[in-house]
Design a protein around this ligand. Structure first.
Ligand code: CMP
Length: 143
């Protein structure tokens, strides 16, 4: 069983796509274990995106992610990292496969609706900076 961190970014929240995006992961059969509607402050944004520091898109990325609320989540399931990244689609909406979230709803790389962890190490790191351990709700999935 694997866990991942997913975050619907300010553009997804502003466009009213939280329900639509969450529904795709629910329909897939993945299990939601934590969720938080929140604003990301500069310190949290810089910690989350530390691997991108120094890149040209870093300053606008930090401005964007701190600009209005996000919907942060933890999901679990077998191969949840690969499965959620497949459902999300490539970073650049132009390259995202038809039927993926980014292909269906995004136009621009800077406004690509959702972030998903890309490795077990990053998932653990990102879950740890957004959630306290007691905020992860363990329960048996009945279906
Ligand atoms: P995300 O998965 O949140 O990780 C970093 C974000 O930076 C990425 O999605 C994009 O929204 C944004 N970004 C902008 N330009 C680029 C780029 N050239 N390569 C990767 N990410 C980019």
């Amino acid at each position: 069983m694997e866990r991942t961190f997913l975050m619907i970014k300010p553009d997804g929240v502003q466009r009213g796509l939280i329900g639509e995006i969450v529904a795709r992961f629910e329909r897939k059969g993945l299990q939601l274990v934590a969720a938080k509607f929140m604003k990301v402050d500069a310190a949290l944004a810089e910690c989350h995106y530390e691997e991108h520091k120094g890149k040209p898109f870093y300053p606008p990325l930090i401005d964007f992610i701190t600009s209005s609320p996000v919907f942060a989540m933890v999901w679990q399931g077998d191969n949840v990292i690969a499965l959620t990244r497949a459902l999300i689609g490539k970073t650049n909406a132009v390259e995202a496969a038809p039927g993926t979230i980014r292909s269906d709803y995004a136009v621009h790389t800077n406004f690509n609706l959702i972030h998903g962890s890309d490795s077990p190490e990053n998932a653990a790191r990102e879950i740890g900076i957004f959630f306290r351990p007691e905020e992860l709700v363990d329960y048996e999935q009945m279906t």
